[in-house]
Design a protein around this ligand. Structure first.
Ligand SMILES: [Zn+2]
Length: 136
């Protein structure tokens, strides 16, 4: 599974985004260690705070299916699905990912024109909150 293949799956997932309030559509594709991929889209709600992000939708779907080991996450998003800019995971999603993923977990961002950016969870969320601190 290449980064571009994972980004393509994230774009497919974005087609299912439910964003009638903001119009900001996001898709995510989470690659598991066993090679399987779980998709997510953002799902808004009339009670705004109940909205779920694409990244957490993908993560929670994967965990609910028994997955615990993850390799990378591709994310695309934009207003009305326009991918002119990279769509970074929000702080809540970074923290949720840190429950299962280490600092070297890859986050792949894509936008129109085929431009991609690869970063890591460690770069996006240094000093992640953990109930049990790992030895450094
Ligand atoms: Zn989020």
């Amino acid at each position: 599974m290449t980064d571009n293949e994972l980004l393509q799956q994230a774009k497919q997932a974005m087609q299912h985004a439910y964003a009638p309030y903001s119009g900001y559509k996001v898709g995510a594709a989470l690659l598991c260690a066993d090679g399987s991929v779980y998709l997510g889209c953002n799902i808004e709600n009339a009670s705004y705070s109940l909205t779920s992000c694409a990244e957490r939708t993908a993560l929670f779907t994967a965990v609910a299916a028994g997955q615990r080991s993850f390799v990378s996450l591709a994310v695309v998003g934009g207003q009305d699905g326009d991918l002119r800019d990279f769509a970074y995971p929000c702080g809540a999603c970074r923290q949720a990912l840190s429950e299962f993923c280490g600092a070297d977990f890859r986050v792949i961002l894509g936008k129109d024109g085929g431009e991609t950016k690869v970063t890591t969870l460690g770069e996006l969320l240094p000093g992640a909150f953990k109930l049990v601190q790992e030895a450094e």
